[in-house]
Design a protein around this ligand. Sequence first.
Ligand code: ADP
Ligand code: ASP
Ligand code: MG
Length: 414
Amino acid sequence: MALVVKKFGGTSVGSIDRIKKVADHAARARAGGSDLVIVVSAMAGETNRLFALASELSEAPDVRENDALVATGEQVSAALLAIRLNAIGYPAISFLAHQMPVQTDANHGRARIKSIGCDRVRAALGAGRIVVIAGYQGLDEHGDITTLGRGASDLTAVAMAAALKASACEIFTDVDGVYTADPNICPKARKLKRISYDEMLEMAGLGAKVLQLRSVELARRFNVPLVVRSSFNEEIEGTWVGHEDQSMEDVLVSGVALDQNQSKITLTGVEDVPGLAARIFGPIAGAGIVVDMIIQNASADGRTDLTFTVARGDLRAALDLVKTMANEIRARGVRHEEQVAKVSVVGIGMRSHAGVAAKMFQVLANERINIEMIATSEIKVSVVVNSKYGELAMRALHDALVDDKPEAGGAQTF
Ligand code: ADP
Ligand code: ASP
Ligand code: MG
């Protein structure tokens, strides 16, 4: 019998009525003969509400206790769905991370999965039950509750699909697939039939939260066929994420992503000698802060300016470290801009075509948007702009660079 993992996000389980609809969907799939594992997120808004409660009590809540708090959202939705399934005559059982267990490291708030125990899940499936799993949670080696990072119910779902060798992992959400840009920002965005793991990785890493970054990494590593679908209309086909094929390379730019959660720090007048970058970035990495774009430009007086970006949530901690460092290395000063946006165009076709970056700069120039930083890789070009122009830049780049013709064919080639 085919085993399918289905994940329902916050909006999809956001009310009692929505939970009933998810149960009805599961019942139909079960009646059609599938073994089912359903991973759920917390009800829409719940995780944010829990984070906000903690921050009313502490500026920097204790990370262990915070995880114990925010993991409860998924406990509620998992139990509610299992209650409904049992009530409509489909035997179901819910599991929390510690009941399986989903074993993680002890990095609270961004724990990594080390292993998943599947015995209880398999036994329940064998007994004909639908298994409902609370996403986002883990258990560390001390027996403490961890969480896997924002949006990481996707990761729980892909990890379950990999562990159980499911035939597919279906991510049900409030859009009906992966679009060429966030359809809530870009009215002309078009739904993709297929996207390669590599492109989806870039898109997710660059701010397209439709799939959580690490879930895509894991899907690629374990060859999990992944499909993003609408939880409101199951007739619609969705977007398949998989290995690239020849025809995908014909598309130059497959999508545009926007990350509005970036900040920029500049260290001015740094002495231009070997080893300084290592001294500056060592402690930042040591504090677990991910530095994204970096530019360094030397001036005529033998000193350089060093500019880099971090996620906005890490700005305060990064600034504290950089200010201490600036004193030690006698830099001239530290500046920062809290609200910057990163806009990126992504496409595997860029590997073999030049000129995307130049076109991109022209489009932004036409809109009179100033580019503050630029970074390129094989399949993407990113620019940093002032936050207030982020959405405008995304729309302009999308409309100028993304092909508006739907892909030919659409055959599934996994
Ligand atoms: P869920 O709660 O179901 O996990 P998310 O809010 O995490 O849902 O992800 C879905 C959202 O992702 C959409 O509502 C959309 O605004 C956003 N999004 C960003 N980029 C894209 C894109 N390229 N294609 C589709 N949705 C996108
Ligand atoms: N509930 C968690 C969050 O809001 C995980 C998820 O929704 O995937 O981040
Ligand atoms: Mg999500």
